[in-house]
Structures are given as structure tokens and as C-alpha cells.
Write a protein that binds this ligand. Structure first.
Ligand code: ASP
Length: 312
């Protein structure tokens, strides 16, 4: 079917949305990443006037997301976004690392068209699977003509790549945007837009990402009561080029850990300071000894630092 409004492309990567259990009563034992993209789309209502093309980019549980899949996904997105007839892209993805992939894609694509990630908390074989509705909503957002940038559509809300976080391990409404709130809601296929769409990025263009084995290694360490410097010293010894510290509160770090991080920085390791708090941000101050990862959660600060360390 060739739609007169253009084409929507669905790039599938696996996750629970493509998950299957032996029986509907056995959902705890389900396997993620079992159904292919055509099975996900089969029987779904589609936005009128659009052709839909599915492509299987990967078939993984997103807890196992890696640089090879990220690079392939970014490159397939860049390929399709460059086609004039493509109005938008939907990416089906596991929920566990969806916020990292969304942030990564915004950074390397900075798309003027919508790139909409979605998934499910319950497998496709569940008696009340949430994947089909999330996918229908994601297609509606991609087809809306209003959306742009990388966002996550989940349980009727549209979250921007920079703010979205998975905040629950079981609820079907598992994503939130913290203080910022969602960008929009999807109601009966219609968008109610609340604020600006995601923009910015391209620290590094998708087409110039190095081979996965060449990506700089950035590790995350956590500040907590009784924290020490042993992990940081071991990482430095192991040659790590970048460390993100998930600090307490507004980015404070236990003095024993801070001492090791300052030594690491002195030795040439790039260090960024984020917060383990779910909301709020770490503000930079004149004289900061460890630079703040402004507004970014530790996992997103790690992506940003990796891209920065890839160099020109
Ligand atoms: N472990 C699954 C994944 O991230 C969870 C999910 O998709 O909800 O692929």
C-alpha cells in the first residue's frame, strides 16, 4: 500500500513488546525479543494515508543493549530520515535502557522529523498486553505532523529524550519526565501538546560513529554512605578514559570517593558529576573541582561523555 501522506518506518530491536510466554498465565517466565516486526504490526489499526515499512534492526532484551546495536540503530534511523517520503520513525525497544537509547539517538541525529521509541511492560502473550496500544500511539505521534525529535511514547504520554526515565519495574505506566513533565499526551490518537519538542544534539553525527570496539569506555560509580576510592583507583589502573559519579543530592560526593576522583582527573581521566536523585539537577558553580553533568542523569551523562570522548 502506498500512502499519499508518506511513509512511516518501524525499526524493531526486541524487548518485552516482542516477548512471549509459554502461556498467558506464565508471564513471569516470558522471554523478551521473540516476535518479529511484522508480527508486532499484524492486525493493528494504522494511521490513514501512510505506508508502513518494518525493519528488524536487532532482536535483544534491552538490558543487553550494546554499542553495535546503538550504532546500527542510529545509522538505520539516519538512512530513513534522509528519505523525503518518510514522515517519521517508530523504534520498538525494551524498556530497561529505552531512556539511554532515546538520549543517544537525540544526540547523534537531532532529527527534524519524529523518532518515537516505544515498548511494553507486559509481553505480547499477556492477557492484557500493553504493547499494541503503545505501538498504535507511537504510530499516531510519528504520523501527527506536529512531533519532532526523539521521544518515548508510553501509556498515553509522550516524553522527551532528555527528561524521560523508567521509574517503575512493574507498572504499565513505567516512564516519567520528572519535574519537566511529558511533552504531550496521546488521547484517541490525537496529540495534546504541552511543551516544546526535543531538539539539539549532533555532538557526533550517526554516520561518523566509530566501530563499536573503538567507543571510549565510560564507567559510573556511586557515592553513598561509607563510599571509598578503591573502585575509582582500580578503573584508573585499568585505563578507563571517563568516569561519571552518581553523587548524592545536588551532586555532592563522599570525600573519600572525591579524593580518588580528583586523582583520576589529575591523571587525565574525564570526570563528570551527576546525581543519584530521581529529580532535580546538578548546577555548575565557579570553582567546582569536578565538573557538573548539567541536568543529566548518570546514565545519560555517561552517553554524553562517551560521545564527547570520541573526539572529532
Ligand atoms: N528486559 C526487557 C527489556 O528491556 C524489559 C522490557 O522491555 O520491558 O528488553
Amino acid at each position: 500500500m502506498q500512502g499519499h501522506k508518506g511513509k512511516l518506518v518501524v525499526l524493531a530491536t526486541g524487548g518485552t513488546i516482542a516477548g512471549r510466554a509459554a502461556s498467558a498465565s506464565d508471564n513471569l517466565a516470558y522471554q523478551a525479543a521473540q516476535l518479529g516486526v511484522e508480527q508486532l504490526l499484524a492486525g493493528l489499526p494504522r494511521p490513514v494515508g501512510f505506508a508502513i515499512e518494518g525493519e528488524q534492526v536487532a532482536q535483544i532484551d534491552s538490558k543487553d543493549m550494546d554499542f553495535a546495536v546503538w550504532r546500527a540503530l542510529a545509522q538505520r534511523c539516519a538512512h530513513w530520515l534522509a528519505q523525503p517520503e518518510v514522515a517519521g520513525i517508530v523504534v520498538t525497544h525494551g524498556t530497561d535502557t529505552m531512556e539511554e537509547s532515546a538520549f543517544f539517538l537525540q544526540q547523534v541525529l537531532a532529527p527534524a522529523k519524529p523518532v518515537v521509541l516505544t515498548g511494553a511492560m507486559r509481553p505480547a502473550t499477556s492477557v492484557a498486553a500493553d504493547g499494541p496500544q503503545n505501538l498504535v500511539d507511537a504510530l499516531a505521534v510519528a504520523a501527527s505532523g506536529e512531533a519532532r525529535g526523539v521521544c518515548v511514547v508510553f501509556a498515553g504520554s509522550v516524553h522527551g529524550a532528555a527528561d524521560v526515565q523508567k521509574v517503575h519495574g512493574y507498572r504499565s505506566n513505567a516512564f516519567a519526565s520528572g519535574d519537566a513533565g511529558p511533552v504531550a499526551y496521546v488521547e484517541e490518537g490525537q496529540l495534546r501538546v504541552l511543551r516544546a519538542w526535543p531538539q539539539g544534539g549532533t555532538v557526533r553525527a550517526a554516520g561518523t560513529l566509530p566501530d563499536p570496539g573503538q567507543w571510549p569506555r565510560v564507567e559510573i560509580v556511586l557515592s553513598h554512605a561509607g563510599a571509598g576510592g578503591a573502585i575509582v583507583r582500580a578503573l584508573v589502573k585499568d585505563g578507563v578514559p571517563g568516569i561519571v559519579v552518581a553523587g548524592t543530592g545536588n551532586g555532592t560526593v563522599h570525600r573519600a570517593l572525591e579524593e580518588a576522583l580528583l586523582e583520576a582527573q589529575q591523571a587525565g581521566v574525564a570526570v563528570r558529576r551527576a546525581s543519584r536523585c530521581l529529580q532535580g539537577r546538578v548546577l555548575p558553580h565557579a570553582g567546582d573541582r569536578l565538573p557538573a553533568a548539567e541536568g543529566l542523569t548518570p546514565v545519560k551523562a555517561r552517553v554524553a561523555l562517551m560521545l564527547e570522548l570520541m573526539g572529532a
